[in-house]
Design a protein around this ligand. Sequence first.
Ligand SMILES: *Cc1c(COP(=O)(O)O)cnc(C)c1O
Length: 392
Amino acid sequence: MIRPNKNGYYGEYGGAFVPEMLYQNVNELQENYEKIIFSENFQKEYKNYLKNYVGRPTPLYEARNLSQKYGTKIYLKREDLCHTGAHKINNAIGQVLLAKYMGKKKIIAETGAGQHGVATATACALLNMPCEIFMGEKDMERQKLNVLRMKMLGSKVTPAVSGSKTLKDATNEAIRAWIQDPQNTYYVIGSVVGPHPYPDIVTLFQSIISQEINSQLHEYGYELPNYVIACVGGGSNAIGAFYQFISNSFTKLIAVEAAGEGIHTPKTAATIALGKKGILHGSLSYLIQTEDGQIFEPHSISAGLDYPGIGPIHSYLHDAKLSQVLSATDQEALEAALELTQLEGIIPALESAHAIAALKKLTFQPNEIVVINLSGRGDKDMNTYQQVFQYE
Ligand SMILES: *Cc1c(COP(=O)(O)O)cnc(C)c1O
């Protein structure tokens, strides 16, 4: 299993670049997380929630119509059927439970489109923890439904009103709140990003996805998949789906980035394709930057992939040629979403549609096993689908 070294590096990527005020807090987490997560009590409680609350194991569904179209055997890992509609809840429950075991009294998180905010607010309602979610004021207007969900779940939603009033401003606000009361506050990060040990923590919680894929394929009578395909924003659903298969050289791991309007346009979010090494949100990884080293404003039609960085483990996998990185444009993702919907009766999240779009970019043999991680359901994207497909 791939784990970071004690300083949080996967090869040359990762680390923990945090303000001095947070050293002690991050250190406390570094020193305690493995002991807690691997303890029998924690595992028992966490697995119970995954089974009886989240609804795991999620099905590994043989998509016959899609398979016929692409001339191979395609299985969909149905993370869209998790409670709250995506994989993010696997991690949110794990981290809020970790916070409880550490004796923390309050949860904070930042959210862009609101998906991680909803997952965290859900876990906090379940586990009786006070919760404050920071969200850019502009994002709050764009994602009203998720704001309402968080409020109904009992969380405080605090608008970030500085700068561009989006995700990066919400991150600044959350870090400010963390510094104010580091002793009692636990900061829940939503993807395999941030300072060590967050990428490792999120990887451990999401790796349940590939553990299940592995045993479900065995039940179908297969040893290993030929391909595992997943979309990448920060990279948590992808690493979750890849994790068990990284160490075998048979399975090809395909990470699909959001190309936006195209990787040769300024409206893109294809981090590995365009990025250079840099530090963002506490770790060193590939990062899309302007020529003078400023953080680039990314674009993708899917809010969950609209991120200028990528988790350090994905930079490592890419450089070590342990994964292959493709990209899909907004247009390609929309076409793939419609295709999946009409062939299989499953409306995917726009993020997940990027993984489906990769089917057109690869060539398969008839007896190959292709697993696609369907990270979330498409309800949240119906406004976009309605506009694009012009439904009355
Ligand atoms: C947030 C989100 C993503 C992107 O995040 P990762 O950490 O890259 O998985 C992908 N799909 C869905 C449905 C999401 O909500």
